[in-house]
Each structure stands twice: as structure tokens, then as C-alpha cells.
Design a protein around this ligand. Sequence first.
Ligand code: BJ8
Length: 419
Amino acid sequence: MGDYKNMWENLDMDLDKHDILCSALPESFGEIYLTQKNRPESMNYFNYALAEVHGARIEELQKSKENGKKVVGTFCVFVPDEVIFAADAIGVGLCSGSQFWIEDGEKVLPRNLCPLVKAFVGAKISRTCPYFQSCNMLVGETTCDGKKKAYEILQEYMPIHVMDLPQMKKEKDFEQWQQEIKIFIKRMEELTQNKVTVKRLKEGIRLANRKRAVLKRLYDLRKNIPSPISGLDALLVSQVAFMDDPDRFITKTEQLCDELEERVKNQIPNTKKRIMITGTPMAIPNWKLHSIVEALDAEIVVEETCTGTRYFENQVSDKGNTLDELIKNIAQRYLNIHCACFTPNTGRMEDILEYVKEYKIDGVIYYNLSFCHTYAIEYKQVEKILKDKDIPLLNIETDYSEEDIGQIKTRIEAFLEMI
Ligand code: BJ8
């Protein structure tokens, strides 16, 4: 990474603390990622994006801001990118997967809370995340209780707009979600001073669709036996998607897919166990579960998570001549994301069974971040549907610390032997 000290200083960051954070990342990335054998050449771009995640990308954001653009930070895949694009703003994902920020998060939050929430709050209050420091506004959403209440703390630090996400999927909920999208459009227009027109919203829809399509293409390639890309690398691509410039991300991921398509032509089938992960998201630099599983010579071929299929499944129709029609299309797509914060959430069960077939899954690992109650409770339903189909399932509840790595490894080893 280059020398960005001045930029970080201008962003009012805690430089000493940030140095400690930056010193740990290259080592763990090197150990986990760069030791993999036979990686696709095109992963070099994603290595670079990760290496410069606090550098070159932040510099780009500052330049865009100097040219009048606004940056908004988001925490959930329910916040429609289409609206952010249509308002000519830049969206960045702020969920964090780093243990580094837990200590600061626990200064203002209870310890027995989801690490994802503690980490993003810790990132803000410690002034060590240049993405937070670059944002003009945050966009939250009423999903789980931990997030909802954490936004009340964050609003003491910077402006935040919270979208009221329904908790059910009745007709009235679709209508309510359309209203929420309209309110969000208004707020984005105020922030950016740009009008969200039919033309701009259509362009935003098309850009978000292209981004989803390329991720879908990548995941479809993972259906091959063997998958032409490791689960670790695919996870990195998904994680970079939340930070990167969308057009560049699409181009680089298309290049990666082209390379993988060539690989598929010359591959010899292997006997590695094919694993699906289902559950809570894995934000940068949370590579814990993937690195354990793949070091044990199994391959993760799909993630039914928000850093996986929930982020890109289903497109938004761009058919319509009015804002209302387009907003309805957006609401339809987003309210069909199957997060455990909804009740009931039967769509998730259908998705899991579908992926078992499509990706030819040998076993499923249920990944639950500690204290995420909605996903923990939904485990029983997933267990039932998979048991009915004789699909082996392992439940892993963990946080971002390294203390339980040995224990998780032992359990996964036994699981892989069993399947
Ligand atoms: S759509 S999974 S991104 S809410 S893991 S913070 S739910 S306690 S991240 Fe999520 Fe949106 Fe749902 Fe996806 Fe709360 Fe659970 Fe923590 Fe979570």
C-alpha cells in the first residue's frame, strides 16, 4: 500500500490505532490467500483491491467527493443500490468482519451482541475505518434488534437515514416498502441535490442488474465439478463487490469468469466434498470458516448468505414509464430476499433445497454469528428440511476471535469424514 497518511489525517482518523489494524491484515491475507495453489490469474485484481482497500479506493472516494459526489454507507443488502446510483452517489458496504473493532464496539454496546454489529460500531467510534470517515450519510434498516439499536448510537456521530423494513411479506408490506423506497429517494435527492428521474432510475436498475448478473455468472461456474475457483477466492470477490466502483468490478469479474470458463474445459473431476454455507454474512476480513474448511481439502461451492446468493439473486425489471412503476419493481425484487429477520421465512428453505441440487452439495454448514437470534432459531427449520432429504448438516456458531479455531477444525474434520 502507498503512503496515504495525509489523506487519513484529513479524514480525522486515529493514525496510531489505524497503523496497528493495517499491520495485521497483510499477514493474515498472505497466510490464507496467497498460499492457495493454482489460483486464477485474474484474482490479482482482487488481491490488489484488498491490499488497497484503505488506500487507493479511499483516494478515489475523496476525488469523487471533491467533484461534488456524495458517499453513503450501508449495512444490509435490503438497501437498494439502484436509488444510490440514480442519485449519482457512491454506496459502500460498512459491515465489518474484523475482531480488531470488537473492543471499541464493546465500550458502548453489550458484550453479548452479534460481532458484526459490535465491529461496525467499533470501527466508527475508534475512527479507524476510512470508509466510515468518508461517508456523508449512513443508511440503516430495521432488520435485527442489534442493528436497529446500534443506529441510535451511530446517529450521534453522523447523519443516518433508517429504512423501515417490514418483517412480513404480505401485500401491505410490499406497499409499505414502496413507500420507504420513495422516502429514501427523497432523502438521497436532498443529500445529492440530484433529481431521481425515470431515466436515471432505469440506468441505476441496469447497472445494479449487471453487477448481480456477473456475480451470478461466477456462482454458476462454481457448479462445475470441481469448481474452477476456491470458495475463499469467490468470497473475496463478493466482499470486494461491496466496496469497489461498480463498473470496474463488473469488468474485472467478467474477466475472471472468462478465465474460469477456459479452466472448466480442461478440468478433471475430483472427489472433494462440496460444501454449502448457509447463514449470516461474512464481511472483510472474515475468512475464518472458509479457510478452515478448504484447508481440510473440501471445497465451498456456494454461500446462501448476504455475502453470497442473497446479494445477487433475482433482477429488477426496468419495464415501466413512471417512477412509481420502477419503484414497484425494485420493491418486488428486494422484498423477495429471504433474511431470517422475516416471519415466516419459508423462501429461504426453498432456496437452500434448490442450491443443494444445483451445486451438487455433499454437506451443508450452518454458519451463525454468535448472538444472532433470528438465524440461530431458524436453524431448526433448516435441519428439518435437510434431514428429510438426507443431507448432512453441521451447525457452527462463532464470532471473529481465533480462540475456537482448533475446536471448529476438529468438528469440521469429523463432519467431512462422516459425509
Ligand atoms: S438481509 S442477514 S445483511 S440483516 S448477523 S447483524 S441479522 S444479528 S447481517 Fe444481515 Fe441484512 Fe439480514 Fe443480510 Fe443482525 Fe444477525 Fe448480526 Fe446480521
